[in-house]
Design a binder for this molecule. Structure first.
Ligand code: SAH
Length: 259
């Protein structure tokens, strides 16, 4: 779906930023890059900063006006670091991503543009007025302007997150998930019960718990452990700590007399 979203860079002066934008796009699954009147392109700095996103650079479309870049788009979003004092609907990148994905979903052939301005002066008022919505990354007001490629990264990331969310895909790395699942064989109520018995016994042995004056200790501990879901691996650790505690205080095994 994100194949129908294009990034438009207007009058970029540093080719390194074009490469950086291409890389940011490819990382997040965007491929259509349109350059409006770039000051230096192609350029070795662009290729170097793209570091592997060469296909995005190779397929780049170069045009001379913003109109050519956005003519066939049904939704045009212009990014701006500053409040230009023209009253216009402003959204943050997350809201923008939501709107873009909505439009892509309802219209099969919708083409959408995200427009980025010059490094030194951004987009002109006239260019911003060609955009239906303005996107502002909520940066610090006294230092609001991000590097061009970094701004592309933020918007591309929000689009990817929104895309993953909508297709029901996980936003977490597969490897992490698998590890979690393996560790996540949870203990049974019986195992928890044996643990509480063991724990109470050790707490008595070390003199922390007096069954004659229980002071709600065991219910409180039950409530504490109840708040976390303990898995097999964790239970082995907890039982191991209790057993080693008993060894340390000289309780070798059940039934054995204390020194
Ligand atoms: N001095 C310029 C800054 C341009 S930064 C200005 O005042 O507009 C280059 C481009 O990066 C901007 O045109 C915009 O496309 C993007 N950008 C930088 N910071 C941004 C922010 N906080 N929100 C949205 N876009 C931003």
């Amino acid at each position: 779906m994100l194949g129908r979203v294009r990034v438009v860079l207007v009058n970029t002066s540093h080719p390194g930023n074009i490469g950086g934008a291409a890389r940011a796009m490819k990382n997040m699954g965007l491929h259509q890059l349109v350059l409006v009147d770039p000051q230096r392109f192609p350029d070795d700095n662009a290729t170097a900063r793209a570091s592997g996103a060469d296909d995005v650079l190779r397929d780049v479309r170069i045009v001379s006006t913003l109109e050519e870049a956005i003519g066939d788009c049904v939704l045009v979003m212009g990014t701006s670091a500053r409040d230009r004092r023209i009253p216009w609907p402003v959204v943050d990148p997350r809201e923008a991503a939501d709107m873009v994905l909505d439009q892509l979903a309802v219209q099969d052939d919708a083409q959408i543009a995200l427009v980025f301005g010059r490094e030194d002066s951004g987009l002109t008022t006239e260019e911003l007025q060609r955009c239906q919505f303005h996107v502002h990354i909520p940066s610090m007001p006294d230092f609001s302007s991000l590097n061009l490629a970094a701004a592309v990264q933020v918007l591309a990331y929000e689009l990817r997150m929104q895309g993953l969310l909508r297709e029901g895909s996980s936003t977490k790395m597969h490897k992490l998930e698998t590890t979690n699942r393996q560790a996540n064989v949870l203990v049974t109520a019986d195992e928890m019960e044996r643990y509480f018995q063991h724990l109470e016994q050790v707490l008595i042995e070390i003199g922390f718990h007096d069954p004659q004056k229980p002071r709600q200790l065991m219910p409180r501990l039950r409530r504490l452990y109840g708040r976390v879901q303990i898995d097999q691996v964790e239970m082995n650790i907890l039982r191991g700590i209790l057993t080693e505690t008993q060894k340390a205080i000289g309780v070798q095994a059940a039934g054995e007399r204390r020194r």
